[in-house]
Design a protein around this ligand. Structure first.
Ligand SMILES: Cc1ncc(C[n+]2csc(CCOP(=O)(O)O)c2C)c(N)n1
Ligand SMILES: [Mg+2]
Length: 277
């Protein structure tokens, strides 16, 4: 069953906190972060904080160690492994950054379960300092969406994923997220898709204001246990539906073939085939 794309937000969906805040807080830079927050966009601030960590002697190893002990619910990794084992195409769409996400996913042993990670670029430069850049270069090519922060429109990314695959086969999406940045992609899901907003988080609050704006079927979740149960139920439900419709397709295909057989040959049809008429 290869007809399902599962899109995961990262912070407060795969892990149970904001990875940016986790690193800043654990390394003791919360006050500076809060002081600078009103003065620049979040993504720019994270790059600046990495500069501050570097100039204060915090090594990449220390940042990695902090990332490896990020809090997450114990059922999330099994849920991801099960969805992958069932043949789903798993992708990450996140406003965190590539370095944090890959460090965590590799540590958990699940990096290879994801076919794609769409996020802000993050890499260690020649000075050994982590650079964090915007996903969209908002000076050169603004994404033009008023719902999203300038560095990343997750809706544009979802559209791109939908376009890249929908021409070949009709894939169905399950989108899991928590934040206000997940609202724009939620509005772009289709009737046959599924949205899993985390209950009482900003995405859920936004949906509750006018649930009819979302075309996808909505299934809320609260913790990793819910996430696992609901995600696997939805995958099962979609697989059953797809199986039923492919059975119908085979049956109607058969009817067409049978109708096109000259009547003299009809009597010679094998019994099993006539049953399908
Ligand atoms: C009201 C408000 N102000 C600032 C931010 C910035 N912010 C906080 S955590 C985070 C990373 C999200 O990663 P992921 O997409 O994986 O959840 C970002 C971009 C926010 N979310 N909400
Ligand atoms: Mg999130």
């Amino acid at each position: 069953m290869a007809g399902i794309v599962v899109v995961f937000d990262f912070d407060k969906t795969i892990v149970d906190c904001d990875s940016d805040n986790w690193v800043v807080d654990e390394l003791g830079f919360t006050d500076l972060f809060n002081q600078l927050l009103p003065t620049m966009p979040w993504n720019t601030l994270m790059d600046r904080m990495m500069m501050e960590l570097h100039s204060n002697g915090k090594s990449m190893e220390e940042i990695e160690e902090v990332l490896k002990r990020i809090p997450l619910h114990h059922r999330v990794v099994p849920a991801i492994k099960a969805a992958h084992a069932l043949g789903c195409d798993l992708r990450v769409v996140s406003d965190a950054n590539l370095f944090f996400i890959e460090t965590i996913l590799k540590h958990l042993g699940i990096r290879e379960y994801f076919s794609e990670i769409n996020t802000n670029p993050g890499y260690v430069n020649e000075e050994g300092r982590l650079r964090i850049l915007p996903y969209h270069d908002f000076n050169k090519s603004p994404h033009g969406c008023s719902l999203c922060p300038p560095n990343m429109c997750k809706g544009v990314i979802i559209d791109r994923i939908q376009e890249s695959i929908s021409s070949k086969e009709s894939k169905r999406f399950i989108y899991l997220g928590d934040g206000s940045g997940d609202y724009c992609p939620s509005l772009r899901l289709k009737e046959r898709d599924f949205l899993m907003p985390r209950k009482n988080f900003p995405l859920w609050d936004l949906i509750c204001k006018d649930p009819l704006l979302v075309k996808a079927e909505i299934h809320e979740w609260s913790d990793g246990e819910d996430l696992e149960r609901i995600l696997l139920q939805l995958i099962h439900k979609i697989s059953m539906e797809e199986e039923e419709s492919s059975q119908q397709f085979i049956t109607s295909d058969c009817k067409l073939q049978i109708l096109s057989v000259p009547s003299a040959h009809n009597e010679a049809l094998p019994k099993a085939l006539s049953v399908q008429q």
